[in-house]
Design a protein around this ligand. Structure first.
Ligand code: ADP
Ligand code: MG
Length: 567
């Protein structure tokens, strides 16, 4: 255990200072971090009256020596660093020596502590930052900090707390994030005398499943890999667990919960096209990196960090996310809810468990009879049964009934073909028997002429023919030449869409695939169905179309049995 000392002024002044005790949730966060820095194995957090009546954080950590206790109440007194250079090697949460004095200044703070192995400990009481008493005290080893009358002398801060319900939620969130960040530490949360959370020491996977997914570990995909200066470990929510907001996104760097738009975007990029527009993934991603490659001293409450090698880190996180997602079978399961309960389930804010962890998605193909088509690739062996509503293909497969959206599936197939052709240097085109003259607006003319090269790369041959007319001589080989007119109009529409987030070539590829694909309402021969399923199985991502909608869903045997009341 290091002794507490006051940092030299020059060191203290270069540490990002700020108000650490601005709200009850921040106080809880600082006290938990002190307990973690003290090597606690168990941390109990009790909160009453949204932290204004009481915040008590108790730990079984290394304690503070009696003679050091007064120092702990002084600004810039810390046991964690001595020199500024230490910042690049320290893995501790604290290093500014600010939290205890800042909290003590705006409350009545009682600190009770005993160093394990010492016979007695000490209790200090400070009011408004002034130590009023310091007495020997018999207490269990470890430290308890009790904060009452928070903000009694700063009414402005009290007023600033507009919504107490929101503050209570923030407090719970702080504890939950800390619990997620340190699964090897037990956490106990009591709110107004009621047990609100109890997380025993355990494996990170269990704690993440508990906090992110209500215990359903099957909804999470574990990923991991090397990143610049360290490693990444993560649990990614399956696409169907996406949310309309970012509430389920958790990032940790060296066990510190952090906010980082850059890292969030990297993970979201890994999900590209696996989610419908407007939906965001849930995840818990942990980076363990050399402290020298990350600066935690950029934000007063250390919520943000700065990385030395942002570009490479971004790429690595996006790649690990992508690979993990594509390596796992992402066929969606129809909700395991009998029809009688379906309306009830629909009224719940959170969807019921979509994937049943106890049911492997591909329970081996040994059950598949000889008649099953044998397909390699990323789909199980399926035996097509026919079309439903001229829009879906029904298929019998391992442990259930599979439904495939014919348009979405074909879009995926065509899109990947176009991508592959682009990578090889250009999409094959077919020359139209009679060139087609199309009338365009001046704005559309400008766009088409400006994008001629890109259009050529995708197999289109277009040239201007007068001020308002273009001549279409060729379309991609995959397209239906009979619809060349509508196809080009679609492509021009995609060019003009300035809301789009994708780059132009990407938009053109998508528009081409989307317009060319089989539609709902198209009648398919048995042969066409077989070809489509085989082609889909051969894609890199057969589970979603590029709009993020599913291409295939499974109704499990268990689900069928529930429907027919056989279980
Ligand atoms: P910092 O965490 O930045 O060092 P704080 O003001 O939060 O500053 O704490 C001051 C010092 O008090 C710490 O450096 C540490 O030595 C001691 N301390 C605070 N809380 C605890 C605790 N729960 N257990 C042991 N020591 C503690
Ligand atoms: Mg601290």
């Amino acid at each position: 255990m290091s002794r507490i000392h006051v940092l030299p002024r020059a060191v203290a002044e270069r540490i990002a200072a700020g108000e650490v005790a601005d709200r009850p949730a921040s106080v809880v966060k600082e006290l938990i971090e002190n307990s973690l820095d003290a090597g606690a194995r168990t941390i109990a957090v009790e909160v009453e009256g949204v932290g204004l009546r009481l915040i008590r954080v108790s730990d079984d950590g290394e304690g503070i020596r009696p003679e050091d206790v007064p120092l702990a109440f002084e600004r810039f007194a810390t046991s964690k660093i001595t020199r500024l250079e230490d910042l690049s090697t320290t893995r501790s949460f604290g290093f500014r020596g600010e939290a205890l004095p800042s909290i003590a200044a705006v409350s009545r703070l009682t600190l009770t502590t005993r160093v394990p192995g010492e016979a007695v400990g000490v209790r200090a009481v400070a009011v408004g930052g002034t130590i009023e008493s310091l007495t020997p005290h018999g207490s269990p080893p470890g430290t308890t900090v009790e904060v009452t009358r928070l903000f009694f002398n700063t009414p402005a801060r009290l007023k600033f707390l507009r919504s107490l319900a929101r503050e209570q939620a923030l407090i719970a969130e702080v504890v939950q994030r800390a619990a997620m960040a340190s699964p090897d530490v037990a956490f106990h949360l009591t709110l107004d005398g009621r047990e609100a959370g109890w997380w025993p020491r355990g494996a990170a996977a269990d704690r993440v499943a508990d906090l992110l997914s209500g215990g359903r570990s099957g909804d999470l995909i574990p990923v991991g890999g090397g990143i610049p200066g360290g490693t990444m470990t993560g649990w990614l929510g399956r696409p169907e667990r996406s949310r309309p907001n970012r509430t389920g996104q958790h990032l940790f760097v060296n066990r510190r919960p952090i906010q980082s738009p850059m890292l969030r975007r990297a993970v979201e990029q890994g999900y590209a096209q696996l989610l419908p527009v407007g939906r965001l993934p849930i995840f818990a991603v942990y980076l363990d990196v050399d402290p020298a490659t990350v600066d935690v001293n950029v934000h007063p409450r250390k919520l943000e960090v700065r990385f030395r090698d942002e570009g490479h880190l971004f790429a690595a996180v996006a790649r690990i996310t992508r690979q993990g997602l594509l390596a796992s079978p992402l066929i969606r399961q129809v909700a395991e809810v009998p029809p009688r309960q379906a309306s009830l389930a629909a009224s719940l804010a959170e969807p019921p468990g979509l994937a049943d962890a106890s049911l492997p998605l591909f329970p081996g193909t040994r059950e598949a009879p000889e008649t099953y088509s044998t397909r390699t690739g990323r789909l199980p062996a399926l035996r097509a049964l026919g079309q439903v509503l001229l829009a879906y293909i029904a298929a019998d497969g391992p442990d259930g009934l599979y439904l495939i959206d014919q348009h979405a599936a074909h879009e995926r197939v065509l899109y990947e073909r176009i991508l592959a052709a682009r990578r090889r240097g250009g999409v094959h085109s077919q020359t139209l028997a009679v060139p087609l003259a199309l009338e365009l607006t001046p704005a559309q003319m400008t766009l088409v002429v400006g994008c001629q090269d890109m259009l050529a790369e995708l197999g289109y041959a277009v040239e201007s023919f007068g001020a308002r007319t273009v001549l279409l001589r060729a379309v991609p080989a995959v397209a239906n030449a009979a619809e060349a007119d509508a196809l080009l109009r679609r492509v021009v529409g995609a060019l003009a869409d300035d809301e789009a987030r994708d780059d132009v070539l990407e938009r053109l590829s998508i528009a081409t695939a989307c317009h060319t694909a089989i539609r709902a309402g198209d009648r398919l021969t048995g042969e066409a169905i077989e070809t489509l399923l085989a082609d889909l199985a051969a894609t890199d991502d057969p589970y979603t179309c590029f709009h993020g909608r599913p291409t295939i869903v499974r109704v499990s045997r268990q689900q069928l049995e529930q429907w027919f009341l056989r279980s």
